[in-house]
Design a protein around this ligand. Structure first.
Ligand code: NAI
Length: 336
């Protein structure tokens, strides 16, 4: 089995689409992912209905021409259920409105591995479980589709009850628009998706914020102005350009766009931030993700009403750098 799939042959497409074409697809949640995936599947000829609570997202779905039902009604009507509500509310909504309404032989699709991998959602034995986890924001999915372009996803079969789950997986991946030029489906697992997704958040994504802050403290103590530092770090947009070059040219190959002095500095000083101690931290975070320690901590935090989480955000935004950033962004017209 190929790990990377960039397209289906016409023969493959005809075969796999047989597994879904007469089914009703219920998209549960019409937010970032829900709207884009529902519109793409509708444009590809599937019968799509929406399950949503009564809110502005439901109104949007109606405006877009979809039939909107309550979540439990949609779960009853749908043969294929895309679960596209936020991860943190899925366990409760699943238990209250979805699980008991799932028909025998239905298919449940998650857009992230977290809840199923950690056993936080209870999918009945009589259903298939699939994962189609986009590596793309919801808006991008629709935008690229309209431009005739695909996008990357991680895919997996969690449970094959009907013995055609693999066909359904490929057909639904096609239906949301992945197999157009530049699109790719990577064979994965709920475990892998959970690991790589959270490991980003628990390592470099969080670290970069606090490294920037440490840099700010050192540089301003040495007499640099807050404006010069904030522009240097992220406000100029250079960071965005570097990220784009990484995507287009490669992680290290993009170094060639920088001056030789810069390249030398990065290659000699960069490794100090990835020594054995740092690798140990990354490994420990990976273990906490896989063994459920983080999931347990986060579930408790949610149950407590986000007290610690809100406090952390409050503390982070009280730092002097935040006030300087606010002043600078007003001058630059980014804030009123
Ligand atoms: P979202 O935040 O855009 O979800 C909004 C939807 O959730 C709306 O339809 C709203 O009515 C519904 N909703 C909110 N609170 C609710 C409640 N208490 N009860 C019932 N429905 C409620 O969600 P998003 O970001 O599209 O995420 C959906 C799934 O896609 C998640 O599993 C996420 O991990 C995954 N994903 C999201 C990406 C993104 O671009 N945001 C990227 C890749 C995967």
């Amino acid at each position: 089995m190929d790990r990377l799939i960039t397209n289906l042959t016409e023969e493959q497409r005809q075969k796999v689409w047989k597994s879904i074409k007469d089914k009703t697809v219920a998209v549960i949640g019409y937010g970032n992912q829900g709207r884009s995936q529902a519109l793409n599947m509708h444009d590809n000829g599937l019968n799509v209905i929406i399950g949503n609570v009564k809110d502005k997202y439901a109104e949007q779905a109606e405006k877009d021409g979809f039939k909107v039902y309550s979540i439990d009604e949609a779960a009853k009507k749908g043969d294929i259920l895309f679960i596209l509500i936020p991860d943190e509310i899925q366990p409760k909504v699943f238990e209250q409105d979805i699980s008991k309404n799932i028909k025998e032989g239905s298919t449940v699709i998650f857009a992230s591995g977290y809840n199923y991998y950690h056993g936080l959602v209870n999918v009945p034995e009589k259903a298939n479980v699939l994962m189609i986890a986009p590596r793309m924001i919801g808006f991008g999915i629709r935008d690229l589709f309209l431009k005739g372009q695909g996008f990357p996803v991680l895919i997996a079969v969690g449970k094959d009850y009907t013995k055609d789950a693999e066909d359904q997986l490929l057909a639904l991946t096609d239906a949301i628009g992945v197999f157009k030029p530049n699109g790719v489906a990577i064979r994965s697992s709920f475990r892998e998706e959970t690991l790589v997704d959270l490991l980003t958040e628990h390592t470099w994504a969080g670290a970069i914020l606090y490294i920037f802050r440490a840099y700010y403290e050192v540089a301003t103590e040495l007499g640099a102005s807050p404006e010069a530092v904030i522009l240097e770090l992220y406000a100029s947009g250079e960071l965005e350009e570097i990220a784009r070059s990484m995507k287009e040219q490669g992680l290290f190959k993009q170094l060639k766009n920088h001056s030789r002095t810069s390249q030398y500095g990065q290659l000699t000083r960069g490794p100090k931030f990835a020594d054995e101690r740092i690798k140990e931290i990354i490994k420990n975070e990976a273990m906490d993700i896989l063994n459920g320690a983080f999931a347990k901590e986060w579930t408790l935090e949610m149950q407590s009403g986000f007290i610690h989480f809100n406090k952390l955000y409050e503390l982070a935004t009280e730092h002097p750098m935040e006030k300087e950033e606010e002043k600078l962004y007003r001058i630059l017209g980014r804030k009123k």
